[in-house]
Design a protein around this ligand. Structure first.
Ligand SMILES: Cc1ncc(COP(=O)(O)O)c(C=O)c1O
Length: 463
């Protein structure tokens, strides 16, 4: 290519940032074309081995320069170098797009669980999220929270405008669901619940899950607490669905009640509208802050921005995690207007919380939900899955429940063999509470791929 002086252009004369952006935009657009997608998948398959060989991690993790990494070699290296706190599967996922994952052996999987919902709304490596990350990665990654951060503002605006009827809600950003709940419980204690009394006790529910930090753990069932005692004093658990059990525990010293609008780990239990409205009323009447833990259920997974919106209520504090950063570590404690200014300077913090990189990924995720109407997608696809499962009429299925693309299939016995058979066939699901299969695919999953995955699941349920 000749430049205006007639000489040969150096590559940086014409590869401007705008040009690169244009090419990325063109490629992103192409990736939505089914034919191009098919070609890309075949090509990617072919170069899979070479890619893995060239990848630094393969050599580093296996300690064998240029060695071909396999599931087995990576699992072995994991056992050698990582603390064994996870019951890991013998599979190393190395690549993904949408609702498709590939392991180190090149095997392809349909992902109906999306990494506990965390890769969950926009799918793996969504081009729009990847683009936002790419752009921020070469612009500004982190500067700490003493500076104004416009990407946080962008995302906080999207969260609060979609969460609360009145303006004035505010957001604190951190990295994980547990940290978001930690911030929520500190905020509720400092505020003294809703009436500013000396309140410190916390109430949650049996079969809940609020995280593994000492605060989150104190709210979470006893089976997770064993060996870590003593926990926070003043924590008690009510029975999900039983308002009387809640009323019996909320007193003048209770700062907050933590409730999931659908219990995820607890078995995909969907409460009634009356129950959730009853919680709201009890909390308001007794001066207790209602915290909705939406780490699993938001954004958009249940067909609404936030699952509490199914019940016609608003919480005083809302916690988010998992999917809100489009796959990057991002979580949030969101205060309704009346509690928005409780945490004053010095009262709480998180060095990397909401750094430009993660906040930009979160903002891209919220934009995508809006632009691609993923709320409706979750509702429509979830209804289709639930219908297919009910129509299949499998004797061992006792119940199909949930909202949007957050579904539970209750079995008449343990589900671990079904899980293993699905995994062997390249289908990722999850089992909780031994007998409840969880389905929570990325909301962007193509209808055909979703139907294919559900067909495999139904076949395995029938065996
Ligand atoms: C409802 C709920 N809250 C909090 C958490 C903790 O989130 P994290 O693992 O990001 O700390 C989880 C994790 O599964 C969850 O399901």
């Amino acid at each position: 290519m000749a430049n205006k002086d007639g000489g040969k252009a150096r590559h940086d004369d014409w590869i401007t940032e705008d040009y690169v952006e244009e090419i990325h935009a063109y490629l992103d657009e192409m990736m939505h074309d089914d034919h191009v997608k098919g070609l890309r998948d075949r090509l990617v398959h072919q170069i899979h081995d070479e890619l893995l060989q060239a990848h630094d991690f393969a050599a580093a993790a296996t300690d064998k320069p240029r060695a071909k990494a396999t599931n087995a070699s990576l699992v072995e290296a994991t056992g050698q170098y990582l603390i064994p706190n996870y019951g890991r599967l013998p599979v190393a996922m190395v690549r993904g797009h949408g609702a498709t994952l590939f392991d180190a052996n090149g095997k392809e999987y349909i992902d109906l669980f999306a990494g506990f919902g965390a890769g969950g709304v926009t799918g793996h490596s969504h081009p729009a999220v990847a683009k936002a990350i790419r752009k921020m990665a070469s612009t500004l990654q982190t500067v700490g929270n003493l500076f104004t951060n416009p990407w946080q503002v962008d995302l906080a605006k999207a969260i609060t405008e979609n969460a609360f009827a009145q303006p004035g809600g505010k957001v604190f950003f951190c990295h994980s669901g547990a940290e978001a709940n930690e911030a929520a419980l500190k905020l509720a204690r400092l505020a003294g619940g809703l009436d500013g009394k000396k309140r410190w006790k916390l109430v949650s529910f049996h079969h809940c899950f609020h995280g593994r930090t000492m605060g989150g753990l104190s709210l979470t069932p006893e089976k997770y607490q064993a060996g870590f005692e003593p926990l926070l004093p003043g924590c008690a658990k009510a029975t999900y669905g039983d308002l009387d059990s809640v009323a019996a525990l909320l007193d003048d010293e209770t700062a907050a009640l933590f409730a999931e609008p659908i219990q995820g780990e607890g078995g995909m239990t969907v409460p009634s509208v009356e129950f959730m409205q009853g919680l709201r009323k009890l909390c308001t009447d007794r001066g207790v802050a209602l915290v909705c833990d939406e780490v699993w259920t938001a954004p958009a997974r249940t067909g609404k921005w936030f699952a509490f919106q199914h019940y016609g209520i608003e919480p005083d504090i809302l916690t988010l995690g998992k999917a809100c950063g489009g796959g990057l570590p991002l979580a949030a404690c969101v205060a309704a207007p009346k509690l928005a200014d409780v945490l004053q300077p010095g009262k709480h913090g998180c060095t990397l919380g909401g750094n430009p990189l993660c906040a930009a990924a979160g903002a891209a995720t919220f934009k995508l939900i809006r632009d691609q109407n993923l709320l409706d997608a979750a509702t429509r696809k979830g209804a289709a899955v639930a219908q297919a499962l009910r129509d299949a009429n499998v004797p061992k299925v006792k119940d199909v429940r949930g909202k949007g693309l957050m579904l539970g299939i209750e079995l008449d016995g343990p589900g671990k063999d079904i899980f293993a058979r699905c995994l062997a066939r390249g289908l990722l699901i999850n089992v909780t509470q031994d007998t409840v299969i969880r389905i929570a695919p990325p909301l962007v999953i193509e209808d055909g791929l979703l139907a294919k995955g559900i067909d495999v699941l139904i076949e395995e349920l029938r065996r």
